[in-house]
Design a protein around this ligand. Structure first.
Ligand SMILES: Cc1cc2nc3c(=O)[nH]c(=O)nc-3n(C[C@H](O)[C@H](O)[C@H](O)COP(=O)(O)OP(=O)(O)OC[C@H]3O[C@@H](n4cnc5c(N)ncnc54)[C@H](O)[C@@H]3O)c2cc1C
Length: 384
């Protein structure tokens, strides 16, 4: 067993850490307040070659591994969860899914611009009436010669309004439940595809989230992603990757919250000494750093399995469940350390606290992770 990063991974970590400290952390508050995603900064990340860290070089990535991908996610999560979220969606939900299921033509068309930071993708699974129960979707794709006609609504879709391509899941056979779902690649501007932004979110305010209405969207059969009826498998394989990225991002945000709390504990004087000298504050710090270290190890273990290309849904869901809850706990404890000052915009903790809330909700709620882990332990096939 080796817990050390290799020299290439150390170099990526340093490069992204420096970039985050200079270009992301100082601006994250402004983007949150303005509900604006900084495309110019995203493009600079693309120029550094770290958006496509785990994308093969043939598709304009850096050809590194899942571990390096997690390192980038952790560093982005340290500075701005909205930015880390866009990394999750573009790379884990979209580019990696096209690489796994797409034709060579689809891979060549869609993956390089995403890896270079020049293009955004979205993943349209959730609907107003189907979230956890994705197989209960009602969006339909009716065959019409060489085309499919898509109708329905998608809800809570990250990058709905800013993406160039959407992976849309719809039912080609309503009688077959999960086995009747098919995935399609739908280009921006396709007639009948109408996104709408969603505002007033508690967190991830710099990130575009929206609804997508599909009214007679005509898509050629060559835009199918994976075989007809395999959409549910496409969707779940994407979530396996995205849950991993989310977990790593949680570790980064938790580390940022901890670093703020630790610094504050050294400087804030109460009862004649720094609050870090009071043992109950030390207890908070100890719990926080243990939580973070456990989360990081769980992410690295899932990455280790992903690099070996062996089944890892169990370990990935464990990491997602633990890290999603963990980052909320750590931000809560960090706020305890800062006391009343944590409640203001003077420190970025309040944004971290708000942004962290999503991590027990999306990519499958904590309860859904529990179900997947429990079903796995019992050898039960979940949700199909
Ligand atoms: C900011 C944001 C971004 C998002 N981005 C995307 C995206 O890019 N693409 C996309 O497709 N979706 C996206 N989502 C949707 C997200 O994945 C769903 O919200 C999530 O899967 C939960 O679905 P739901 O909201 O419909 O909740 P529901 O499924 O209605 O769940 C409500 C509650 O019931 C519980 N529950 C449901 N079923 C069970 C069960 N069988 N056993 C025990 N408990 C259960 C849940 O755990 C939860 O506590 C996003 C959501 C948000 C808020």
């Amino acid at each position: 067993m080796n817990f050390e990063l290799d020299s290439e991974q150390q170099a990526v970590q340093k490069m992204v850490r420096d970039f985050v400290a200079k270009e992301i952390t100082p601006k994250a508050k402004e983007w949150d307040l303005e509900e604006r995603f900084p495309m110019d900064v995203w493009k600079k990340l693309g120029d550094l070659g770290v958006i496509g860290t785990a994308i093969p070089e043939d598709y304009e990535g850096s050809g590194m591994d899942f571990h390096s991908h997690a390192i980038v996610a952790e560093e982005l999560g340290y500075g701005c969860s909205s930015m880390r979220g866009s990394y999750s969606v573009n790379i884990s939900l979209v580019a990696k899914t096209i690489l796994k299921w797409g034709t060579e033509e689809q891979k060549q068309k869609y993956v390089p611009p995403i890896a270079l930071g020049e293009s955004f993708g979205c993943y349209g699974l959730t609907e107003p009436d189907s979230g956890s129960n994705a197989a209960g979707m009602t969006s339909s794709a009716e065959k019409d010669g060489d085309y499919y006609i898509l109708n329905g609504n998608k809800m809570w879709i990250t990058h709905a309004n800013t993406c160039d391509v959407s992976i849309i899941f719809a039912k080609t056979d309503k009688e077959k439940g999960a086995k009747g779902i098919t995935a399609f690649l739908v280009d921006k501007g396709t007639p009948g595809l109408t996104p709408q932004p969603l505002h007033e979110k508690i967190g991830l305010r710099a990130q575009d989230t929206g609804e997508i209405n599909m009214d007679g969207v005509r898509v050629h059969k060559e835009q199918m992603l994976g075989p007809e009826g395999k959409g549910f498998a496409v969707a779940m394989s994407a979530l396996d990757n995205a849950r991993y990225t989310v977990s790593a991002g949680c570790v980064g945000t938790a580390q940022a919250a901890y670093d703020i709390a630790k610094d504050y504990a050294k400087g804030r004087i109460q009862f004649g000494k720094p609050i870090g000298g009071h043992q109950l504050v030390q207890g908070l710090l100890a719990n926080m750093i243990m939580d973070i270290e456990m989360g990081r190890m769980m992410v690295w273990r899932a990455g280790f399995l992903k690099n070996k290309d062996v089944p890892n849904t169990r370990e990935t869901c464990m990491a997602k469940y633990f890290c999603g809850e963990m980052v909320n706990r750590v931000c809560y404890n960090a706020m305890q350390v800062l006391g009343g000052y944590s409640f203001s915009g003077e420190y970025p903790l309040e944004r971290m606290y708000r942004d962290s809330r999503i991590n027990t909700l999306y990519e499958g709620t904590s309860q859904i992770q529990q179900l997947i882990i429990g079903n796995n332990e019992l050898g039960i096939s979940a949700f199909v």
